[in-house]
Design a protein around this ligand. Structure first.
Ligand code: SAH
Length: 396
């Protein structure tokens, strides 16, 4: 046994660890030593004192320990973190074709709980989202630098989840040069300007690569409505695929301004229009005005942050999907997404089915979409699956 502080679990709570799930909730703990520091490495043992895992302690979080390793003889040190980061980065080497934007480390699913590392060309953005990654921040930055040869490493530890870990918001340069105000990326021939300092997440919805590919394939010749546009990822994809026009809606004027620049950057032929407004209200207005579209993209923000919000989120998804079905011309295509992990794929499909039913449209699912392989889901960590999409076609 090591000389690390020990956390002892209740016998009936050992099962998930034996299945290599990386989270230990506070309610599973039978005994813990006092005075363990935030982010400190601890040994987790069963009620019978047998070794189960080694992880990072987080005194303020409901997730009291996040597991680094299930191997008793594995030390958690700089070389361990280097190995894990190297493993994650090299697993992406074959995925980098055609895109300069790639997730290099996907937290729990890459054996690095609470660490996100995204690459935008030679700018790399890190998020330290849990006590353990925070404690090893300097070591991690060095390891990322070694594994990537990045010109800049920038920190975006400003996600809400940090407060649950008792950590403050922090952003800024970690290594190398200050990144440009907007970083240009290329993805499957599409060019985008990304605001790594102030954009959502680390700047761009890298995870929607397959969604954008699908939009390019399905939107040719169509009049497209792109709801929840952000910086125009789907607008550029649809126009690149030959859409006749794309109308993008978002509440954020800044996002729409960057969307406009992204559309210009790609010099497409179709028309682009940008509407600042609330999707729920704008779609109702279009319905009342009997407008119609040949394709609609619905890629809203996460509607459910907690179990308590699932019902309300489901009503939100139902509402926008119902409006979209009403707005589609015969033979129209709906590309509809949910990035709420708490809305399971079968529930999402049921919501979309109910929306079609209420809109009195015959609809078929013609394609299913999800996370691309740089956003893997560890089989032991089903919580890592959050993004799902359906491409539906309504009858002629
Ligand atoms: N589809 C985007 C990502 C969407 S992020 C992409 O592919 O890049 C969610 C976006 O929805 C944000 O830009 C946010 O400003 C916007 N948003 C959130 N609620 C909204 C609402 N009710 N109406 C319009 N836009 C909204």
């Amino acid at each position: 046994m090591s000389d690390l502080p020990v956390i002892r679990l209740r016998g009936d709570k050992e099962r998930s660890l034996l299945r290599r799930h990386p989270w230990i909730f506070s309610g599973a703990i039978l005994r813990e030593e006092s005075g363990i520091e935030r982010g400190e490495t601890v040994d987790v043992v069963g009620e019978d004192h047998s070794f189960l895992a080694r992880g990072a302690y987080s005194p303020s979080s409901q997730i009291r320990v996040r597991v680094w390793s299930f191997e008793e003889n594995e030390q958690i040190d700089a070389s361990f973190l280097q190995r894990r980061i190297e493993r994650a980065v090299s697993a992406r080497s074959s995925l980098a074709t055609g895109t300069t934007a790639l997730r290099l480390v996907n937290a729990e699913s890459d054996g690095l709980p609470g660490l996100i590392v995204d690459r935008y060309g030679d700018v790399v953005v890190c998020q330290f989202l849990a006590a353990g990654t925070e404690r090893w921040r300097d070591v991690i930055v060095n390891a990322v630098l070694q594994a990537t040869d990045a010109a800049s490493i920038y920190e975006r530890s400003d996600a809400d989840v940090r407060s649950k870990e008792g950590l403050e918001v922090r952003t800024g340069l970690l290594a190398g040069q200050e990144p440009p105000k907007l970083v240009e990326i290329v993805e499957h021939g599409r060019r985008f300007l990304v605001d790594v300092r102030g954009g959502h997440k680390t700047g761009f919805y890298i995870d929607q690569r397959f969604g954008r590919d699908a939009a390019a394939r399905w939107c040719g010749g169509r009049r497209v409505l792109n709801a929840f546009s952000y910086t125009g990822g789907f607008a550029v994809a649809a126009l690149g695929g030959g859409a006749a026009s794309v109308l993008s809606i978002d509440t954020s004027a800044d996002a729409l301004e960057l969307a406009r620049r992204n559309v210009e950057l790609n010099a497409c032929e179709g028309e682009a229009e940008f509407v600042e407004g609330d999707v729920f209200a704008v779609l109702r207005r279009y319905r009342d005005a009997r407008r119609s579209f040949d394709a609609i993209v619905l890629d809203p923000p996460k509607f459910a942050d907690s179990r308590a919000q699932v019902d309300r989120a489901a009503r939100g998804y139902k509402d926008i999907n119902l409006l979209a079905f009403k707005l589609l011309a015969p033979g129209g295509i709906l590309l509809t997404f949910s990035c709420s992990g708490l809305i399971a794929p079968d529930l999402f499909q049921k919501i979309v089915a109910d929306a079609a039913l209420d809109a009195r449209r015959d609809a078929q699912i013609v394609e299913r979409l999800g996370q691309p392989p740089d956003h893997p889901i560890a089989t032991s960590f089903p919580e890592g699956a959050y993004l799902k999409g359906l491409v539906c076609r309504v009858a002629q």
